[in-house]
Write a protein that binds this ligand. Structure first.
Ligand SMILES: [Zn+2]
Length: 164
């Protein structure tokens, strides 16, 4: 009789279902998305504009109440080229994801860059949001399908170096 090998690991499917409570700041942001608007909030002490809003300023520790609308135009601050396929994205690799600093905002967020070759995305590149059709708008960040380049000169490094 041969000696059985010890079981060191097992694979098992797992699924989690949960409800997300957005909170006041995120609710306003998501309702803005449903209207095709990008809403942030400004800190009353340091003046930073958070998009999406967090409801408070992490630096100053105070609530942010003032609502600020920004456009869908922004600047690529950093980026990465994704070469591994993802179950959550139907886009075949390679593709580029970037930190985008929207004009008037002080914190970049991560988004997909499309409508240009993946290897032409660069720091300072000017981009704009591409929205889903109006009839598909809803309270979700997925209203913005991706960002694409716009015909503007690259932003100078000094204009976004504090936001890397
Ligand atoms: Zn602040």
């Amino acid at each position: 009789m041969s000696e059985a090998k010890p079981v060191r690991a097992i694979s098992t499917p797992i699924r989690l279902e949960y409800s997300y409570t957005a909170g006041r700041a995120s609710t306003r942001f998501l309702r803005g998305m449903a209207q095709g608007r990008i809403l942030g909030q400004r800190c009353p002490e340091c003046g930073k504009v958070y998009v999406p809003p967090r409801g408070s300023c992490a630096t100053c520790g105070v609530p942010t109440e003032e609502e600020v609308e920004v456009t869908g135009k922004g600047t690529v601050t950093t980026f990465c080229i994704v070469r591994i396929p993802s179950e959550n994205l139907s886009i075949p690799p390679p593709f580029t994801c970037a930190h985008i600093l929207l004009d008037g905002a002080d914190l970049p967020f991560f988004a997909l860059i499309q409508e240009c070759p993946f290897d032409q995305v660069r720091m300072g590149m000017r981009v704009e949001a591409v929205w889903v059709p109006k009839e598909e708008l809803g309270p979700t960040f997925e209203c913005i399908k991706h960002f694409r380049p716009i015909d503007e000169p690259d932003a100078a490094y000094e204009t976004y170096k504090e936001h890397l």
